[in-house]
Design a protein around this ligand. Structure first.
Ligand code: ADP
Length: 465
C-alpha cells in the first residue's frame, strides 16, 4: 500500500479540470427545442449501454454554434452537471502557440486527463482559433496550428462512439472550420443557438433574478421589450447592475426601474461598441495599451501575444491577449510577486485614464479590470500573503473584515502607484502603441515588442509589501 500511496501522490493534479461545476439545465433559460437535443447527450452518459445495445451511434463531438454570450459555455457545463461527469475546458486560443509542438502536446494532455477521469465532457471554446481550414495560414505559425489541429483530430477519433469522453466545442464561425473536423465521428452534430427572442429574454432575466431580492411586482416584459438584440451575457449584466443600483440607494428590493436603468446603460455600451467616435477609439486604445505596457515589465505577464481594440460582441471593449499561465493562476500557483504584478496590470487602465484625461474626466471603461484588481487584492490578503498575515478564518470575524478591506486597499493603492509610475516612464511607448492601435485596430506581438525595444524605458523596482 506504500507504493499505492506514493503513486497517488505522484499523480499530477489535472490541469484542465474545472472543479465544482454545478450548472443545471434549469440555469440556462430560453432554449426551447435545443434543450431536448442536449438532454439526449446527457443520456449518452447516463444510459450509454442502452444506446450501444441498440446500435445507436454516440457522437464524438458536438458543435455549439452561435454568437458570443448566448450561453454556449453555460450549456456545455450544464451537460456535464446534469450527467454528473467531470468538466474539462480549454480555450482554443490557448492551443495556438508560437513554439512548435506546444499546442499539440496541450491537446494530448487535455485528452489524457479527460480519459483518466472519465466519464467527462471536454469543452473547447473558440474552436475556430485552431480549427480553421488548414493551409489557409502561411508561414511557420500556420504549420504549428496544423500540427495542433491534426492532434485534435487524432484525439477525437480515439473516442469515437465510446461515449466516455464527449467533446463539446463552441464557435461563431462554423463556416470556416476545416472540413476534416466536421466529418462523421468527429464534430458531426451541430446545434445552433440563436440570440433569444422576447420570451427567451424574459426567461433569462428571471433565471438571473432567482438569486436576487426582486420586488414582487417587477415587470419583466417591459425590460425584455427594450432589450431587443441582447444576449444572455448582457441580460445577466443588467440584473447585476440593477442590484448595484439598489444597494447604492440602500434599498432592499430590485425594482423595474433599476432594471430599466441598467438596460439603458447596457444599451449605450452596445452602441458605443458599434459606433465609436474617434475619441472613443482612442480611449479604448489607451485602456488596452496601458495593460500591455505595464505587463511587459513583469516576468510572468510579459508574454503579450496580440492587442486589439476591435469590438467583440457582448464582451470587453478591446483585449490584450497575454500568454499568462491561466491554469497556474486559477490554481493559485503564481508567486506572491506575480500576483501583485497581476493586480498592477489590472489597475493600469484606471491609472492611464487618470494620466491621460485627468482626475476630473475619468470614464468608466476601466471598471471591469478595476474590479478584477479589487477581488485579486482581497484574495491576496485572505490568502495570508500580505505582511499582516490574515487568513481565511478571519473573514468570519466581523471586526476583522474592515481590517482585511483596509489591507486590500493598501495593496491596491501601492499597485496603482506602481502602474502609474510605469506608465509615466513609458509615455513614448504608450503614445506609439496607442497611435498604431487607433490606426490599425490591432497590433501583433512582433510589432509590439519592436515598439518596446524602440521606446520602452527601464523597469522600475518592484515595491515590497
Ligand atoms: P458563450 O459561451 O456563448 O459566449 P456564456 O455561456 O459564456 O456564453 O455566457 C456568459 C454568461 O451569460 C453565462 O455565464 C450566464 O450568466 C449568462 N447567460 C448566457 N446565456 C444564458 C441563458 N440562455 N440563460 C441564462 N444565462 C445565460
Amino acid at each position: 500500500s506504500g507504493a499505492r500511496v506514493r503513486r497517488a501522490r505522484n499523480r499530477k493534479l489535472p490541469q484542465y479540470l474545472e472543479r465544482g461545476v454545478d450548472v443545471k439545465f434549469s440555469d440556462v433559460a430560453g432554449l426551447g427545442k435545443i434543450r431536448e437535443e442536449l438532454e439526449e447527450i446527457v443520456k449518452f452518459f447516463t444510459h450509454g449501454e442502452m444506446y450501444r445495445r441498440r446500435g445507436v451511434k454516440i457522437p464524438g463531438g458536438i458543435l455549439l454554434c452561435g454568437p458570443p454570450g448566448v450561453g454556449k459555455t453555460l450549456l456545455a457545463k450544464a451537460v456535464a452537471g446534469e450527467a454528473g461527469v467531470n468538466f474539462f475546458s480549454i480555450s482554443a486560443s490557448q492551443f495556438v502557440e508560437i513554439y512548435v509542438g506546444v499546442g499539440a502536446s496541450r491537446v494530448r494532455a487535455l485528452y489524457q486527463e479527460a480519459r483518466e477521469n472519465a466519464p467527462s465532457v471536454v469543452f473547447i471554446d473558440e474552436l475556430d482559433a485552431v480549427g480553421r481550414e488548414r493551409g489557409l495560414i502561411k508561414g511557420s505559425g500556420g504549420q504549428e496550428r496544423d500540427a495542433t489541429l491534426n492532434q485534435l483530430l487524432v484525439c477525437l477519433d480515439g473516442f469515437e462512439g465510446k461515449g466516455e469522453v464527449i467533446t463539446i466545442a463552441s464557435t461563431n464561425r462554423p463556416d470556416i472550420l476545416d472540413p476534416a473536423l466536421v466529418r462523421p465521428g468527429r464534430f458531426d452534430r451541430k446545434i445552433y443557438i440563436p440570440k433569444p427572442g422576447l420570451i427567451g429574454r424574459i426567461e433569462i432575466l428571471k433565471v438571473h433574478a432567482r438569486k436576487k431580492p426582486m420586488a414582487p411586482d417587477v415587470d419583466y416584459m417591459a425590460v425584455a421589450s427594450m432589450t431587443d438584440g441582447m444576449v444572455g451575457a448582457e441580460l445577466a449584466n443588467i440584473v447585476e447592475v440593477a442590484a448595484i443600483n439598489m444597494m447604492r440607494d440602500t434599498r432592499i428590493e430590485i425594482t423595474t426601474d433599476d432594471l430599466l436603468q441598467a438596460a439603458q446603460i447596457e444599451e449605450r455600451g452596445m452602441l458605443d461598441r458599434k459606433e465609436r467616435s474617434p475619441e472613443m477609439w482612442k480611449q479604448v486604445a489607451i485602456n488596452e495599451a496601458a495593460m500591455a505596457v505595464v505587463a511587459v515589465n513583469f516576468p510572468d505577464l510579459r508574454n503579450i501575444e496580440f492587442l486589439t481594440i476591435a469590438p467583440r460582441a457582448g464582451r470587453e471593449l478591446g483585449y490584450v491577449r497575454m500568454k499568462m499561465d491561466h491554469v497556474k493562476f486559477k490554481e493559485g500557483m503564481l508567486s506572491r510577486q506575480s500576483l501583485l504584478d497581476h493586480i498592477t496590470v489590472q489597475l493600469a487602465p484606471r491609472a492611464a485614464d487618470e494620466l491621460w484625461y485627468g482626475e476630473h474626466q475619468l470614464s468608466t471603461i476601466w471598471a471591469e479590470t478595476a474590479d478584477n484588481a479589487r477581488s485579486a487584492a482581497r484574495s491576496f490578503v485572505l490568502g495570508g500573503l500580505s505582511d499582516k498575515h490574515y487568513g481565511l478564518s478571519d473573514f468570519w470575524v466581523a471586526d476583522r473584515i474592515n481590517d482585511i478591506d483596509s489591507e486590500a486597499l493598501h495593496i491596491l493603492h501601492m499597485c496603482y502607484d506602481r502602474a502609474k509610475e510605469i506608465l509615466h516612464q513609458n509615455r513614448n511607448l504608450m503614445d506609439a502603441v496607442v497611435d498604431i492601435l487607433v490606426e490599425k485596430k490591432s497590433l501583433t506581438k512582433e510589432r509590439f515588442f519592436k515598439l518596446v525595444e524602440l521606446h520602452g524605458s527601464i523597469q522600475p523596482m518592484p515595491p515590497s509589501v
